[in-house]
Design a protein. Structure first.
Length: 255
């Protein structure tokens, strides 16, 4: 499994070397020149997200594609609706119509995000994404997997296990964010179908001077919230030291 971190713009040069690929936020690519300068020149694979987690709604299709074009991205995340399978399928259908009409097929890969208010709804959404020829990658948010268990880490682990055992996905899986213990990545890497993950949690925890246990990860629940204006914060040396420590822990879990 490979991993990418959402890092405050002032610290991209301090922490960006931990990225195995670039997971970029479309709204920042449209408003933050320093963010653009960093990711435009970053080597390797690039995914542009629709920024739903940050904005509480996905950006318009054209804005996501504009951001992808600016950053020379390889993959874009289609729109979704938290815990709503039918609405997510409809939003993805509409996005793919736009995508096809704009002759973008082949220029970018598309990540379809699975959502559902219960397990049957989630399964139906997953199957739809897996069977759609225009979808290349399956995105699983911890919010969308909430029906499988009572905590964010176990719920998504159980969701992936269910998918592998019963749906037998034909496409790679991406883990959107981390909602609980970041040790999840160590447990999820046992599934070869899981390609990648993105998260800000080790940096956020570093901001709060919360250091991980190398063997147990973090027991902070609910997880620490991103500070206001997270992407513009300037961290102290102490905070950066703890962020480095946390990211080194995750690096060791993924070996």
């Amino acid at each position: 499994m490979i991993i990418s971190y959402e890092i405050p713009t002032p610290h991209l040069k301090d922490l960006g070397h931990y990225n195995n690929y670039s997971f970029c936020l479309a709204h920042l690519a449209l408003q933050d020149r320093a963010y653009v300068d960093y990711y435009k020149n970053a080597p390797g694979y690039k995914v542009v997200d629709n920024s739903i987690f940050e904005l509480a709604h996905p950006l318009p299709y054209a804005d996501v594609i504009k951001a992808a074009d600016i950053l020379h991205a390889d993959e874009v995340v289609s729109p979704d609706s938290f815990q709503n399978g039918p609405k997510t399928i409809k939003a993805t259908e509409d996005f793919l119509k736009f995508f096809t009409a704009a002759n973008l097929t082949g220029k970018y890969k598309v990540m379809g995000v699975v959502q559902g208010s219960n397990i049957p709804s989630w399964v139906k959404c997953f199957q739809w994404m897996d069977k759609n020829p225009l979808i290349n990658v399956i995105g699983l948010s911890y919010v969308g997997c909430a029906s499988f268990a009572n905590d964010p880490m176990n719920s998504r682990i159980q969701a992936v296990k269910y998918a592998v055992d019963h749906i037998k996905p034909t496409k790679p899986i991406h883990l959107l964010g981390i909602g609980g213990n970041p040790l999840e990545v160590f447990l999820q890497k046992t599934f070869p179908q899981v390609r990648s993950c993105d998260t800000s949690i080790p940096v956020v925890d570093g901001y709060y001077n919360a250091k991980y246990d190398v063997k147990k990860g973090s027991s902070i629940l609910p997880k620490n919230k991103r500070p206001a204006d997270y992407f513009n914060i300037t961290m102290t040396n102490s905070q950066l030291t703890d962020a480095h420590f946390n990211m080194e822990c995750i690096k060791s879990w993924l070996k």
